[in-house]
Design a protein around this ligand. Structure first.
Ligand SMILES: Nc1ncnc2c1ncn2[C@@H]1O[C@H](COP(=O)(O)OP(=O)(O)OP(=O)(O)O)[C@@H](O)[C@H]1O
Length: 298
């Protein structure tokens, strides 16, 4: 395998148990994501999607197994090495994580902070080249005319586009997105996902994105990885994949008809036993009452 063929992310037998947790958040997860691939993580709340994403840029440390991102063994990196890796991995979140009172442009500029020595307060504290780059990214996400507006005056969809522009300031090779459209309406959701896909194609970005919406995932991703209770239960390209197959991840159609019949028979048997016990109890109570009547003095 030549260096260019090397996967963007290689996860081997990853396990994670949070301190004090009753059970593991991830178990035996193995996954290889090629450069330029667009992968959707699907699964119910609590299935481990965020935990998996957070291991890719070293925000979590594995309990077992390894994660290699852009050829680097993530858990072994410290200090500058870890910062350098994170500099190549952009992250966008459900709640956008913008600084509301700051202007849109300033929010985008904060995406370049890891490349600068020391903090920056105000747009004019950033080098001109970075200001120009931030404006170009805002133009790309269709928000150039909003550059000097407060971030918290924008709609949810617009704020997520600002967050994308901010992530682009890092010139990332990988983009991680943790339910980026969970708080958006369907129209804004497809606009934001469409934009991510276009930008990923333009830049050859690798994208790993968790989503809740199966339809969106099917139309948007190249590949779907389904998680259930911390384990990979589906890993397939989206070509020809049906919604029913995907829904099995959620356990809604995971029970077959024969299993359902068996469960129903078991329930019917249990109901009969309860009924028989109740009948016996009633009979015993009647006998006691009868005995008491018989013993009463004439
Ligand atoms: N910091 C933490 N400490 C302890 N347990 C955690 C922590 N973060 C997550 N968990 C637990 O790990 C499991 C997986 O959580 P995770 O957030 O990765 O799931 P998720 O699929 O992203 O869920 P959601 O869709 O709700 O964001 C859950 O049982 C959760 O309660």
């Amino acid at each position: 395998m030549t260096p260019t063929d090397a996967p963007a992310v290689q996860i081997a037998d990853l396990g994670k148990t949070y301190p004090g947790a009753a059970g593991p958040a991830l178990t035996g997860v193995s996954l290889s994501v090629a450069r330029g691939e667009i992968v959707v993580l699907l699964g119910l709340s609590g299935s481990g999607k965020s935990t998996l994403l957070r291991h890719i840029d070293g925000l979590e440390t594995p309990t077992a197994g390894t994660v290699t991102s852009l050829g680097q063994p993530v858990a072994q990196l410290r200090g500058r090495e870890l910062r350098e890796l994170r500099g190549k991995i952009g992250f966008i979140f459900q709640q956008f994580e913008l600084v509301g009172p700051l202007t849109v442009l300033e929010n985008v500029l904060t995406g370049s902070l890891s490349t600068l020595a020391g903090p920056r307060v105000g747009i004019w504290m950033y080098p001109k080249a970075l200001r120009r780059k931030a404006l170009e990214h805002l133009d790309r996400v269709g928000l150039l005319e909003r550059a000097y507006q407060r971030a918290d005056t924008l709609s949810g969809g617009q704020q997520q586009r600002v967050a994308i522009a901010r992530a682009l300031m890092q010139d990332p090779e990988i983009l991680l997105a943790d339910e980026p459209v969970a708080s958006l309406d369907p129209e804004s959701s497809s606009q934001v996902m469409g934009l991510i896909r276009e930008i990923a194609a333009e830049r050859g970005l690798t994208v790993v994105c968790s989503l809740h919406q199966v339809d969106l995932a099917l139309g948007w991703g190249d590949r779907i990885v389904g998680l259930r209770a911390g384990e990979v239960v589906l890993d397939t390209t989206t070509d020809g994949l049906t919604k029913d197959q995907v829904m099995e991840i959620y356990g809604r159609v995971a029970v077959s008809t024969s299993e359902l019949t068996a469960i129903e028979e078991e329930l019917a048997e249990a109901r009969e036993q309860v009924l028989a016990t109740e009948l016996r109890r009633n009979a015993a109570a009647e006998r006691l009452a009868q005995d008491a009547t018989n013993e009463e003095p004439a």
